[in-house]
Ligand binder design. Sequence first.
Ligand SMILES: [Zn+2]
Length: 409
Amino acid sequence: MNKLVDRFCRYVKVATTAVEETEDYPSSPEQKDLGRMLVAELKELGLTDADMDEFGIVMATIPGNVEGAPTIAMLAHMDTSPEFNGKNVKPQIIEDYDGKDIVLSGDTTKVICVQETPELKQLVGKTLITTDGTSLLGADDKSGIAAIMTLADHLQSNPEIKHGPIRIVFTCDEEVGRGADKLDLKKIDAVCAYTLDGESEGFVESETFSADLATVTITGKNIHPGYAKGAMINAIRLAAVFVSRMPWETQSPERTSDRDGFLHPYVIEGGVHEIKMRILLRSFVTAELEEEAGILRGIAEKTQAEHPGSKIDVSVKKQYRNMIEHLKKEPRATSLAEQAIRAVGLQPKSTAIRGGTDGSRLSEMGLPTPNLSVGMHNYHSPLEFACVEQMQSAVNVLIELAQLWGKEK
Ligand SMILES: [Zn+2]
């Protein structure tokens, strides 16, 4: 367990915050600093092919020791969320957690409250790692990296454990939606993959939203307001009408949960002459995205007809698809993960993610990739923490999973 904690604390101290406003890949050069460190450690573990490519993506192979077993891949991302400071991370280790609120020492206004974090009740007596309140922790996803490194260490030092080849892939820029952009599936060459990027323990996440992005462009007519009577068409007013006609009570993120989809206007910009709105379309059923786009087109038609001279255009761009549709290609990806979780004495749980993961893109690209728990909590925030026992149980699940795949053909 100590090695796992050592690794984790070493990795979180390398600042790897992803940057949204850049075309560079990786979006921040520090991601390559962590990459170099990991390549050196992988080589020390005897993974001779460990390498980082020009984009900062680290790959290595744990060689298999049984004939004919399929290659699987284990993925984790090196970047952390731009939503909170990721520099000068000072991990705080709390042993034998007492079940009380946790006041963070570097900023005592930051408190991990039991009331807001009900899962803390189940973690009494465990070892937790928190921040000092001035940064996020980066357990998302350095707990995933530490777990995969510990798996490699364990399999390399215990050659009697039988398993097939395991490709390790550490990616960049997941937090800004570009984690799968530069991945070469031919090079990974696996039957399926797992992202170690899930909270808590025992979860196999094999369902995500399907997602499209709608852009609504409203063109009005601008005229000096002193002479505007009967001639001006104010795109701002039409935008207000447009939004008021969108279903709020039944199909908005602030009014729905679980398996309900939504339409979510999240950016509006422009003026009297032209307004552009960006609207997220989300559903677990891909076909329903077309119905959601249809709602927008209906509102556009009606509003435009009421205001002759205006023009309202709706264009829809595909984002990602529910991975469950693509996991059917390799049902063992999920079933063996569940079996591995049972083998370490946990009851496998599944949730449908109200968002997307790198796995939703990868699954669609042809590499079925469910997501597994790795002990993180409250991510993207200074209240982020990791539970060491849950991280260790993720490692144990990976060891079981490696052996289960070793028996397959
Ligand atoms: Zn993550």
